[in-house]
Design a protein around this ligand. Structure first.
Ligand code: PAF
Length: 283
């Protein structure tokens, strides 16, 4: 695996390829990231990962400083799935000046759900992803693989590619889950043993809401708001602090109305102790 620490090294190395398959990450890799890498390897002529903990997407008081940095074991994992190139710039390389020029996604998509609770988060994501794309895809188009666990992020990045006419296909890989159903996430490592046993209840709540929506919408008498409130109350009773549990249209995350019932997705975010988890399920 070739490790590029600078933009120049990366561009020079990738100049020989026509279709990079890129998986951007913030490191602390788990099986979910590796499954995206395996997908990328099938689809491109060179597989590229990046590891960069992007300060711009953390709000004040969030876990930027304590976000796990596990470079050596990440490299071992990337080698185990045959990753060809790792781009691992430091902050001074990617942000040599304070990044005052930012990419502002459509507020209709970016200021709801995650954006409502993490103001500016998607501006930080879009800015770094566009910048990483300019580094990786300097010589050609290609594709980038993102996990479906970050459903809203994937939709916004796909919109960014269309709106900015970039020749990069955004591909999504299914959420990888632990044997009990918990979606894999680097932040699961913050959970205590008791919290880890409880954590699957978020996906259980989404699963039950999806089941109820399937049955209720087919019967034509489904009270979406009541079902969402009940899912949030169940989590609250178990000691969670839910930000949202909601049923939305997959294409634009708009609320479900009688005229707009398919295809749908249930999405949720909730805090368990000091750990904020997100998940979603297609209906
Ligand atoms: O999904 C993530 O890990 C991050 O948001 C990303 C896409 C690597 C940008 O920092």
């Amino acid at each position: 695996m070739f490790i590029a620490r600078t933009v120049a090294e990366l561009r020079q190395h990738l100049s020989a390829f026509k279709k990079p398959a890129f998986v951007p990450t913030m490191g602390n890799l788990h099986e979910g990231h590796l499954s995206l890498m395996r997908m990328g390897k099938q689809l491109g002529d060179v597989s590229v990962a990046s590891i960069f903990v992007n300060r711009l997407q953390f709000l004040p008081g969030e876990d930027f400083a304590s976000y796990p940095r596990t470079f050596d074991s990440d490299c071992d994992k990337l080698r185990s799935v045959g990753c060809d190139v790792l781009f691992a710039p430091d902050e001074a390389e990617l942000y040599p000046q304070a990044q005052s020029f930012k990419v502002m996604p459509d507020p209709a998509l970016a200021d709801i759900l995650e954006g409502q609770f993490r103001s500016g988060f998607f501006t930080g994501v879009c800015t770094v992803v566009l910048k990483l794309f300019h580094c990786v895809f300097a010589h050609s188009g290609g594709l980038a693989v993102f996990g479906q666990k970050d459903f809203q992020q994937f939709l916004i990045l796909r919109h960014m590619m269309t709106q900015l006419a970039m020749p990069v296909d955004i591909v999504t890989g299914a959420t990888t889950r632990a044997s009990d159903g918990l979606a894999l996430s680097s932040r699961n490592g913050y959970l205590s043993a008791d919290e880890r046993a409880e954590a699957v209840q978020l996906s259980m709540a989404l699963y039950k809401l999806a089941q109820a929506a399937r049955a209720g919408l087919a019967g034509g008498n489904f009270d979406v708001a009541a079902a969402e409130a009940s899912a949030m109350a169940t989590l609250r009773d178990r000691g969670w602090q839910p930000d949202y549990i909601t049923l939305r249209r997959q294409s634009d995350l708009s609320p479900v109305t009688a005229a707009n019932t398919k295809p749908l997705v249930v999405l949720g975010a909730a805090r368990l102790g000091r750990t904020r988890l997100i998940d979603n399920l297609e209906v």
